[in-house]
Write a protein that binds this ligand. Structure first.
Ligand code: NAP
Length: 285
């Protein structure tokens, strides 16, 4: 089975659009997301554009604040303080990476946690670790929503996550291991210092790849009938690829995500969902 993230994302976005229309009269405005772009990475510009288009499509108000490379930490702090105080701004997204010399962690911590639609604020990561409600990081939330849509439950299964970044691998491991019907997996979190990655991967009923290394995982590293979720996005001469050798691995799996068209569209959809939830919570709707 091919896990068609694009199709699932479109369906969820339609539901979000309908909910936005229903809420608008009570709210008196559209839910609002402000994106801060203060970095020179060409891919960031593409991501920001896609996020804003998805917002507009769903009936949100989306603003972009772009800062030049000369922007100082103080400029970003002032901007975040201002956005924290604006009622019509429900969500603030700080697009990473920032220009060199800027301290992204300090700025993420300055966001009002109730407007942190990426779920990266320590307070929201803490809520995730404790199993309390709150905005969840978009990429792992998108992975969980994709599994749920296809009725693929990791409950009671052995899950292996490769990659331990704060934005993907670590929160995904927490979500999979949560004490809830949709999770309840037994989780192993691998990284570059894992002694035998092959053996760890081969034990996985559910294998999640977030290394950022094209074809790092080959067919002999995957158990028969595993579910493989490839989160990697690598720009290669052959185009955009994931972290696994898709063609070789696919016949062995019960289900697998394509790249592109797997987790990527789900990530943007979870950003919309987090913004809508932030708007509802802040306005007691
Ligand atoms: P990252 O911050 O670079 O983290 C990569 C992780 O992989 C690190 O924990 C690293 O280990 C581990 N790693 C690297 N090489 C390894 C190896 N040979 N064996 C085992 N572990 C290894 O990356 P990220 O931000 O999490 O992103 C990961 C990938 O997901 C990238 O391709 C990115 O583009 C993609 N991504 C996709 C989406 C989406 O929406 N689809 C969203 C975000 C990211 P150490 O901790 O030991 O260094």
């Amino acid at each position: 089975m091919l896990l068609d993230g694009k199709a699932v994302a479109m369906r969820l976005r339609e539901e979000i659009r309908t909910e936005v229309e229903t809420l608008r009269p009570a709210l008196g405005r559209a839910p609002g997301l402000t994106v801060i772009l203060a970095g020179g990475e060409p891919a960031s510009r593409v991501y920001v554009r896609n996020k804003r288009l998805a917002c507009q499509d769903a009936g949100f108000n989306s603003e972009l604040v772009e800062l030049p490379p000369s922007a100082a930490q103080r400029d970003l702090e002032r901007l975040i303080d201002k956005l924290n105080g604006l009622d019509e701004v429900d969500g603030i997204l700080l697009q990473l990476p920032l220009y060199p010399g800027l301290d992204s962690q300090a700025l993420l911590e300055r966001l009002d946690p109730s407007k942190d639609v990426d779920g990266f604020h320590p307070q929201n990561m803490g809520r995730l670790a404790l199993g309390l409600p709150g905005p969840r990081p978009c990429t792992p939330a998108g992975v969980m929503a994709l599994l749920k849509h296809y009725g693929l439950s990791p409950s009671g299964q052995r899950a292996v996550v490769v990659g331990r970044s704060n934005i993907v691998g670590k929160p995904l491991a927490l979500m999979l291991g949560a004490n809830s019907l949709e999770a309840n997996a037994t989780v192993t979190l691998c990284h570059s210092q894992t002694p035998d990655l092959r053996e760890e991967c081969r034990r996985a009923d559910f294998l999640f790849l977030a290394l950022g290394r094209p074809k790092a995982v080959s067919a002999d590293m995957v158990k028969d009938n595993a579910v493989v979720v490839d989160i990697g996005l690598n720009r290669t001469e052959q185009g955009l690829t994931g972290d696994c050798d898709f063609e070789a691995i696919r016949p062995k799996t019960t289900a697998i995500t394509p790249v592109p068209g797997g987790v990527g569209p789900m990530t943007v959809t979870m950003l919309l969902r987090n913004t809508l939830e932030a708007c509802k919570r802040r306005n007691k709707l």
